[in-house]
Design a binder for this molecule. Structure first.
Ligand code: KG4
Ligand code: ZN
Length: 336
């Protein structure tokens, strides 16, 4: 199958053409991060306006780069949520419009599940199951037991900030631009991770849940009222990063032992972090760890197209009706 995927959940407008669930023929992304930078986070209204301006050119470019004509597209997959309502509506309506005009089936997919599926799009033939799924993005932090694509059991989630959100907030405290994750990673390289004895949040109700807001507040108190030089900033960034990642990897390790997991699949923007990858490799020397291939950690439409095909086939080739609605929040389970 050849699938057009459309992504517009937050501040990236994406369109991608994917063949047979994995072969990426084109993957086009227009980010509006430049407009949000001065606000230190995504400004929903401005994100929506940018989506409106760029959605059709982005889709056109994806079709051209793939050398695909409308009649060659078999399915249109769109991220139906979770995300910002105005942003989602633009992707959804573009997908519906094309579905009507091209007379092609439409399918809505869960963006967070898409992040997990991204790590299954690389060089992998059989997916070892059950596996541990770890989603670390700007909006989500989840540990899941993967029984199959589309079949998951929840293990843990954040009770407050998402992992990427914590990176963005700490970056902003250090005067670094938005999105802050890559900047924290960059300056942390020169820092001493033991300089500040930060500790990770504990959640009484569930040992696999995460809490990052206390860690962020600890960073705030550690630097409050001071003017830090570059080396002091590097120490704060390294200590924060190490505390957050050790917490994630320790909980993932405990969770993986419970079933036991045959592999680990990771997804979401934070997976771009090389230090995270290093800590995971050190903690799981004997388990296959699958990371999203290049350009598929951050928001993108290729993961939406790939997952869309899997869902469509699993449903016996039946898509969604044109009544499909966007969902700003989707409880991960049961997966809709
Ligand atoms: O998956 P994503 O594009 O968006 C959501 O669906 O939320 O992830 C974006 C998040 C941002 O919070 C960003 O700061 C974080 O991923 N991020 C990183 C790195 N690159 C992106 N966090 C830590 N280290 C990185 N290298
Ligand atoms: Zn995302």
């Amino acid at each position: 199958m050849i699938v057009l995927g459309i992504e517009s959940t937050c501040d990236e407008t994406g369109a991608s053409i994917v063949k047979d669930g994995r072969l990426i023929l084109s993957n086009v992304l227009a980010s509006s991060a430049d407009i949000h930078e001065r606000y230190g986070g995504v400004f929903p209204e401005l994100a929506c306006r940018r989506h409106i301006d760029v959605i059709l050119p982005v889709i056109d470019e994806a079709m051209q780069k793939a050398g695909a004509a409308p009649h060659e597209i078999d399915l249109i997959a769109v991220a139906k949520g979770p995300g910002l309502v105005g942003a989602l509506l633009i992707g959804m309506n573009a997908a519906k419009g094309l579905s009507i005009a091209w007379e092609k089936p439409l399918i809505g997919v869960n963006h967070v599940e898409g992040h997990l599926y991204a790590s299954m799009m690389g060089e992998i033939n059989d997916i070892p199951l059950p596996a541990l799924g770890v989603v670390l993005s700007g909006g989500h932090t989840l540990l899941l037991k993967i029984l199959d694509i589309g079949s998951y059991e929840p293990i843990g989630a954040t009770v407050d900030d998402a992992a990427g959100e914590a990176f963005d907030k700490v970056a902003s405290l250090l005067g670094l631009p938005y999105p802050g994750g890559p900047h924290i990673e960059r300056i942390a390289k020169a820092g001493n991770p033991k300089a500040h004895p930060f500790s990770a949040g504990k959640v009484k109700k569930n040992p696999f849940d995460f809490s990052f807001s206390g860690l962020k507040t600890a960073v705030l108190y550690a630097i409050k009222g001071q003017t830090l030089n570059d080396s002091q900033k590097a120490d704060v960034a390294a200590s924060f990063q190490e505390t957050a990642f050790n917490d994630i990897v320790r909980k993932a390790h405990l969770a993986a032992q419970t079933f036991p997991a045959q592999a680990i699949f990771l997804g979401g923007g934070v997976c771009n972090n090389q230090r995270l990858r290093e800590i995971f490799r050190g903690k799981f020397p004997n388990l296959p760890i699958y990371w999203p291939p290049l350009n598929l950690s951050l928001d993108n439409a290729a993961m939406i197209a790939g997952l869309g095909e899997k869902k469509f086939l699993a449903r016996g080739g039946i898509g969604d009706s044109l009544d499909l609605e966007v969902q700003t929040r989707i409880p991960f389970l049961p997966l809709a």
